[in-house]
Design a protein around this ligand. Structure first.
Ligand code: IMP
Ligand code: MG
Length: 206
């Protein structure tokens, strides 16, 4: 049996499955627009973030705090891209309902199981829009006395942040359209789309 490989082997496999032969099963979905971040580009960037985090957290494996539900796909890939014995916990916050614009009100729907005292905490977020969710979370988690607290956000919408944010790790800066896929939803749909796409459908408000 050959040892598990990183980098080249992984990319080769992705190239084969995500290349010219792949069929876009979502192209006929009327509410979905253009692809903002293709699947192979996503995977390559997640691997890079994993390498960076592996180096930065060498000797102090972090506790990954995934923000549900949107971060579940990203965190699953990111955790496997970090070659350290990380721990994983999740919390759920609600700030949106089913609208595509922030309400500015953040509520903890499910709290963490872990005690954060003296832990190296890495918050894993799907997307930063206004930044209100993250600035609330940062304040809330810092009050629990972690040894360190950093944020890894897959996507940051350009020109939208109303609060000053200290984002140490960012996957991509994207235009301020509403997007779905790779964990991101609209009214709970399209989380399983494997890439990031613009959502062009009707907006439903609670
Ligand atoms: P913020 O508080 O305005 O930064 O919004 C953050 C949260 O809103 C994210 O964690 C997402 O759950 C959600 N959100 C913001 N923009 C989008 C989007 O384009 N698609 C899907 N969800 C989004
Ligand atoms: Mg989120």
């Amino acid at each position: 049996m050959s040892p598990p490989d990183e980098g080249g082997g992984l990319q080769e496999r992705q190239g084969r499955s995500g290349g010219a032969v792949s069929i876009d099963r979502w192209q006929d979905e009327p509410d979905l627009g253009e692809v903002v971040v293709p699947e192979d580009v996503l995977h390559k960037r997640v691997a890079e973030l994993g390498d960076e985090l592996t180096a930065d957290y060498d000797g102090r494996p972090p506790l990954l705090v995934g923000v549900l539900k949107g971060a579940f796909v990203f965190m699953s890939d990111l955790a496997r891209a970090i070659r350290l014995p990380v721990e994983v916990d999740v919390m759920a916050v609600a700030s949106y309902g089913s609208a595509t614009a922030t309400s500015g009100v953040v509520r903890i729907v499910k709290d963490l199981d872990s005690d954060l005292t003296d832990r190296h905490v890495l918050v894993v977020e799907d997307i930063v829009d206004s930044g209100l969710t993250l600035s609330y979370l940062r304040r809330n988690l810092l009050a629990r006395q972690p040894a360190s607290l950093e944020v890894c956000a897959l996507l940051v919408k350009e020109g939208r942040q109303r609060a000053r944010l200290d984002l140490r790790y960012v996957g991509f800066h994207i235009p301020p359209d509403f997007v779905v896929g790779y964990g991101l939803d609209v009214a709970e749909r399209y989380r399983n789309v494997p890439d990031i796409r613009v959502y062009r459908g009707p907006v439903t408000v609670d």
